[in-house]
Design a protein around this ligand. Sequence first.
Ligand code: AMP
Ligand code: MG
Length: 342
Amino acid sequence: MITQVLSPSEGAICEAAKLIFEGELVGFPTETVYGLGANALDAKAVQKIFDAKGRPGDNPLIVHISHIQHLAPLVRERPSAAAKALIDAYWPGPMTLIFPKSTLVPAAVTAGLDTVAVRMPSHPIARRLIEVSALPIAAPSANRSGRPSPTTAKHVLEDMSGRIPLILDGGPCQVGLESTVIDVTGCVPRVLRPGGITPEMIARVAGNVEVDGSVMRPLKEGETPRSPGMKYRHYAPKGNLTIVQGSPDAVAREICRLYDEAKSPALILALQPNLCRYGGRKTISLGMNAEGMAHNLFDALRKADEMGAEVIFSEGLDADGLGLAVMNRLGRAAAFHIVHAS
Ligand code: AMP
Ligand code: MG
């Protein structure tokens, strides 16, 4: 199969919608990362997503809708007051909500769970694709399983070339990290995966929020997380990644020491204002702040592979606000190997 990459004209979106309708897969941009979409109501089409990604069958998918009236057929109960408040505030946007599922949603989408994850993206191309398809679209990130999520069409092509017929190229994704996943089946909204909608933003409109314990630590032996995707080592570069935390001075001193001691090709991931601290050593900039780091992180991890880095040292962030999502992804990429510099 030859994979076409098209700029997202109305004609190209119609072609993509036709492929979705026929049970095929399409790579498309959203404001978080690129998605790999299929008709969410067609179990056979959904199975193609798992095959193309090499995704374990027990990791459920997110269903994307373009209008609020398309939520009711997918869920078994009316959204709670907290869920309604979150929908009003943050849809369309980088927020996924978990509801009890209706019988319309095939088990293949939810990996046999009794709940379904739903998101209304804000990206105009994603919205138009869903609208023209006139179907809910199941779409995980468009990477091969275990690789960093794609934030450009080039990343999607690297992972999906020959596996899918079409990628819509909408340029780089704005947020750069996957959506916040929130379980709204209980009384208090619970963050299962942090993202662009922060716990602070959730508490502000829903009155309360809990963050699942699995977000900032490795899972215990045999532990089943409430968000099945959390048990896999996502976002992994090929090189061995270590995060260094502490004051900027102490972090730079420790990273320089570790880099100079490394016996194989090494690389440093650092915020732009700190790059000058690393002299002539090999670096990649992560941008100006937490937002920049969210936007640049997955591209930096892919570049580290391309550069053949075998040991990688990254500056960390405080795990609050958007920093929680960044540190969740970076922590998993590093298998939570974190050094505290003093
Ligand atoms: P991806 O689309 O690749 O970003 O992965 C989707 C994420 O949503 C994974 O981490 C899944 O575990 C999570 N997810 C999807 N459906 C559910 C569900 N019904 N309950 C809990 N987590 C879910
Ligand atoms: Mg993913």
